[in-house]
Design a protein around this ligand. Sequence first.
Ligand code: AHR
Length: 324
Amino acid sequence: MFKRISALVLAGLTAMSVASCGGGSGGSGGGDGSITMGFAQVGAESGWRTANTKSVQDSAKNAGVTLKFSDAQQKQENQIKAIRSYIQQKVDVIAFSPVVESGWDTVLKEAKDAKIPVILTDRAVDSKDTSLYKTFLGSDFVEEGKKAGQWLVQEYKDAKDQVNIVELQGTTGSAPANDRKAGFAQVIGADPKFKVIASQTGDFTRAKGKEVMEAFLKSNPDIDVLYAHNDDMGLGAIEAIEGAGKVPGKDIKIITVDAVKDGMQALADGKINYIVECSPLLGPQLMDLAKKVVKGEQVPARVVTEETTFTQEQAKQVLSSRQY
Ligand code: AHR
């Protein structure tokens, strides 16, 4: 008799633990088709980020995914806290855009132990253990840096003198800052006439872009080119350049990354010379991937976003239909 009761209790416990494996009941584990996603966003540092947040929120609504959203204000500790709270709430899937590349193993391990799948969106982590996340959806930032470098090499192909470049880097330690710098350096490094005379972070914001460019202009009277890792820093730098009595796009050539509306307007106006696109519209693909991973389906380890580049003429043509 005692043996039979024990067996029943054991069977009940086993059934309970199996049921909780699917994620839990912040969501339903996808059991009734509904999914709860915890999304830990970087912040609201740029036009790109605002468009990305909107894309994620709109797509969640369209896909019938319940979204728990948090804004980490560009701080890793806030993102870690948000992820831990999603684990506690037993969401079905966690997605996040890591503010920096390093330091995620512990919290990702906690999610894995809780059997909650994680999707990286937009930015990568440098964890050696790739089983800590299911997939990474986003741009190839090295390629973006290379495209910026290729335009520069072409633009100055006949120049005999040294070309003095200043660089506004994105957030220190972030994947786009590391990779856009590396890709650019790789391409221009083939010709010694290209010299990066100053390189500093502008944290992907317009205000910091302006402040750092002001300092660059004070200590370097002979700047030929600005390479900014995003439009917002480039737009801030334009204010600094104009404030110093120079003409952006002419006295100093400007290359940026993103192609948000304000950046495209500046390109059409001739204040920026070239933009490498980085698409923030990751929401629809993210929701598709989330549904698949919650169902336990296989997804590709890496999904790379399709992107292009824009000259002034191309910016003029597409500006009115630009979504973000
Ligand atoms: O991770 C993507 C980058 O983050 C965008 O290029 C930049 O604008 C944003 O802040």
